[in-house]
Design a protein around this ligand. Structure first.
Ligand SMILES: [Zn+2]
Ligand SMILES: [Zn+2]
Length: 179
């Protein structure tokens, strides 16, 4: 199943947010929020205050639970999140972005919009039975979340750092066997 562009974007943003909690924590100040926000081309309200940062940090384990849930549990979580937020899906077109879905107004706090957009994206994954696109990093020491949007489902590591570390380890292991 082909995922909608906004579904992919929302999932990528959620995974990055969740993985920022993997030690060393990389969401510790407003500048890091700015970086994440612009990288994922978020729009709408930004408060740039401590409350917003704290709310985003507290959202990370909530999103982690959703992204790593098995399918039936994810369905329940999505329903609860959308109901709690009184989400109303609306097609919108703004900036350079063609028609896509928003389900909370752009002037709602950022944390609420991120929660609902992630829930909407997960609704697509549950519906399309595409939960296998989400996994935990194959690195034995990392619990980062991996989002695999590749056609051939080849992505196993959460970051290039983890991929490189394991490539080096695999290379050393091979050398040990042969010499
Ligand atoms: Zn938008
Ligand atoms: Zn990793």
């Amino acid at each position: 199943m082909l995922l909608a562009h906004d579904t992919e974007a929302s999932l990528q943003a959620a995974v990055d947010l969740v993985n920022s909690a993997v030690e060393p924590d990389t969401l510790t100040g407003p500048a890091e929020v700015d970086e994440w926000y612009s990288k994922h081309r978020y729009t709408g309200r930004r408060d740039r205050d401590d409350a917003e940062l704290a709310a985003l940090r507290e959202l990370r384990p909530v999103l982690r639970e959703l992204l790593t849930a098995e399918r039936d549990r994810a369905a329940g979580l999505v329903n609860a999140m959308l109901a709690d937020a009184r989400a109303i899906p609306q097609l919108v077109r703004h900036d350079e972005m063609d028609w896509h879905l928003h389900a909370v107004p752009a002037d709602e706090p950022l944390v609420g919009r991120v929660l609902v957009e992630t829930a909407m994206a997960m609704a697509d994954l549950v519906r399309g039975d595409e939960m296998s696109r989400l996994a935990i990093c194959a690195d034995a020491t990392c619990d980062g979340v991996v989002l695999d949007l590749t056609r051939n489902r080849s992505r196993r590591f959460c970051s290039t750092t983890c991929a490189n570390r394991n490539a080096v380890a695999a290379y050393r292991a091979r050398r040990k066997v042969t010499t």
